[in-house]
Design a protein. Structure first.
Length: 182
């Protein structure tokens, strides 16, 4: 994205829903807050887009629930590697659209990659608990087991002020327990 482009030349961002790129019906100008230049046109999602994203997440929930932890971990590490490789580009775009310092934006992208890697480690450590039930005479000599299961579809809506890291946290932290996130 180049801040010197005018409104007609600025990139039109497409939405990715259910594994497919989609052109939006309407767009919102994204302006550099210091210069006022239009740096992009962001898609304005419709109710249909939201419904389609939710339907795609529901379709993916059984696949995510059945995916072994080591595969979820590998997926998160691959995403972290892409974010690391593109951290300068991600930081530059964030700086243009948010007005934050470039150094801080690049750092946020790198921190996002770290968040994804940490969540990848948790994907293989999901555990239950054993709880002694001897707090009463009836429970003496027994143990309860707590098992962790995915809850299914989780909606992740992130604010604009830390878009990359907050999106990484919202999505990556729901992936280790095999939830489908939209």
């Amino acid at each position: 994205m180049d801040a010197r482009k005018d409104s007609k030349e600025a990139e039109r961002i497409r939405a990715r829903i259910g594994g497919a790129w989609r052109d939006a019906e309407n767009f919102q100008e994204v302006r550099d807050p210091y210069r006022g230049d239009v740096v992009a046109h962001a898609p304005v999602s419709t109710s249909r887009d939201c419904d389609d994203a939710l339907a795609a997440a529901h379709q993916a929930k059984d696949v995510m629930a059945a995916m072994p932890g080591y595969e979820r971990a590998a997926l998160l590490r691959r995403v972290a590697d892409v974010v690391t490789a593109r951290s300068d580009e991600i930081g530059r775009v964030m700086a243009l659209e948010s007005g934050k310092a470039l150094r801080d934006c690049v750092f946020e992208a790198q921190r996002s990659a770290d968040t994804l890697r940490l969540c990848a480690e948790e994907a293989v450590r999901i555990q239950g608990e054993h709880i002694r039930m001897d707090a009463s005479a009836i429970g003496a000599g027994t143990i309860a087991m707590v098992m962790r299961f995915p809850v299914g579809v989780v909606a992740a809506i992130t604010p604009f002020n830390g878009p990359v890291n907050l999106a990484a946290q919202a999505r990556a932290r729901r992936s280790p327990p095999a939830n489908s996130v939209y």
